[in-house]
Design a protein around this ligand. Structure first.
Ligand SMILES: [Zn+2]
Length: 305
């Protein structure tokens, strides 16, 4: 892959527009380490990132010089996809966290849209909850190709925009582990607000850079990643939703359940050491043992009045 083209003029804070910030992380990019998995989900940590700063006004950590939206569009649409099993596990954790909040909707549920749907792992659950129609939006063709044949037709291969849903006004718009990756999270929030029916809900899951585990790992945390153009905290996600017009904003931290060997893959240990541990885990048949950890992700919901 060619060296990364980045925008040369510094962007202001993509949430509050603020221009006062403090340094958070220096740029660490090795062009030769870019490969077809750099823009795919749940890859091995590469410990690469853009220069990151923290907005003093809203607490968002963001890259002031990210790649252009055009570059990102083509990088994500051509990214490889190899995280089938993990996607199912992730969807289970997300569904579990979201369940208590959707009980507010009556039995007659309208459309549910999952933005950044990947292989559509969450869509069957949304169907089961009675949302109709259920629509996934996903820019990566490889991810859609990995979807179950009954689910693939529900996924639009595109980036979310105001016009994409035509005249559908969803009851629920979800976006899980996606907002860090997009050039303009503010546009996402306001488009979601416009598209929702009155009383509809937006549900967002993002990494929380202020969560204890992420603070402990510091720059070795897997959230410090070249794909992440911004990282949220409680304050900054609230501020994003509030500005878009959402009310009754609530937030909760998430427990993720993954097999032991996947936690190992994410861990900031040296690769050779991880390979040895992975072999040992396999030998004692513990590799697939499910383990639940609060890894520093949060769910935020907001209601359109
Ligand atoms: Zn800000």
């Amino acid at each position: 892959m060619k060296p990364l083209p980045t925008i040369s003029i510094e962007r202001s804070c993509p949430i509050c527009g603020g221009r006062t910030y403090e340094q958070f992380a220096d740029k660490r990019i090795a062009d030769e380490r870019f490969n077809e998995f750099t823009y795919s989900s749940r890859k091995q940590p590469e410990f690469m990132c853009f220069r990151l700063v923290r907005c003093k006004r809203c607490d968002l950590v963001y890259a002031p010089n990210p790649p252009s939206p055009e570059f990102l569009g083509s990088a994500y649409s051509s990214a490889s996809y190899d995280s089938q099993v993990e996607a199912q596990d992730a969807a289970k954790s997300y569904a579990h966290a979201l369940q208590p909040y959707i009980s507010r909707f009556s039995e007659e549920r309208g459309a549910a849209v999952d933005v950044g749907a990947g292989n559509g792992a969450l869509l069957p659950w949304l169907q089961k909850q009675g949302f109709k129609p259920v629509i996934g939006i996903e820019p990566s063709l490889a991810a859609i190709k990995a979807a179950h044949p009954e689910i693939a037709p529900l996924i639009l291969c595109d980036m979310f925009s105001e016009t994409l849903l035509n005249n559908i006004h969803p009851t629920l718009i979800c976006s899980f582990m996606t907002l860090e990756h997009i050039s303009d999270p503010k546009a996402f929030a306001s488009n979601a607000f416009k598209a929702l029916q009155p009383g509809g809900m937006v549900a967002i899951i993002v990494h929380n850079w202020r969560a204890p585990l992420n603070r402990l790992l510091g720059l070795r945390s897997p959230i410090i990643d070249v794909e992440h153009l911004q990282l949220f905290s409680g304050n900054s996600i609230d501020s994003l939703l509030r500005q878009a017009g959402f009310q009754a904003i609530q937030r909760t931290s998430l427990i993720n359940t993954y097999p032991l060997d996947y936690w190992l893959k994410l861990s900031p240990l040296p690769t050779s050491f991880k390979q040895i541990i992975a072999l040992l885990l396999k030998r004692v048949a513990l590799a697939k043992l499910p383990l639940s950890i609060p890894v520093g992700n949060m769910l935020a919901i907001g209601i359109k009045p």
